[in-house]
Design a protein. Sequence first.
Length: 277
Amino acid sequence: MDVRYSPDQKGFKQFSTDELRQSFLIDGLFQKNKIPMVYSDVDRSITGSVVPSGKSLKLEASKKEMSADYFLERREIGIINIGDPGSISIDGKSYKMSSRDGLYIGKGAKKIEFKSNNAKKPAKYYFVSYPAHKEYPTAHIKITDATPRPLGTLEQANKRTIYQYIHPGTIPTCQLVMGLTELEPGSVWNTMPAHTHQRRSEVYLYFDMKPDSLVFHLLGAPEETRHIVMRNEQAVLSTSWSMHSGCGTQCYTFIWAMGGENQVFDDMDAISMDKLK
């Protein structure tokens, strides 16, 4: 497990391109028959992926970083499949996972196994986990069950639909909030106008991108922004004080996940367009 320590705002200003990428970019996800994970000291999030091919894979705790007997001993987790069909078994109960299906698993679940229906066309499970203080029941969420929120316009190149999978209006959780945003053809901007949310950290996963396309992910203080060049199936960490927005060379999809002090989706500090530098 890779452990990341977030810089303060003063140190952030001095970072080179490589230092920015080393601190915030999550690369190397979706490796067959491996479970790469990144542990962030910001709100104790764990971000990772599972791609089972020809065998099932078990999600297990890292003793060194987690000091737990099993992964969800003190945590909850949200999972979205961005690959082909598969299934997830939780303490012996199996859930079929089609593409874009989501799954919430609460604190206390001990045995979690991931499978693909076809080894040559495996499922690609993306997950984000945050600490939990209470048990909540497992919930299987199809994209058709998620709460849609259309936003933006083609004129502003930001027409998109936010699908709230794991959200107080959909299912109860301790602190995890998670969903998926699809941009329409011709739209390339996400989260613009931008915002921060002091009470939560966030993780973005960009996907559905063509090999020659990029997203320029903006981060940092609004008056002194930086960017990280993102490619398909890469994730990026966002601290509470940093803005987070992106502009692509083509349309794309991204998964967002948050955790922290509250779960109020609209609890955010808007940034006026004339304040950005």
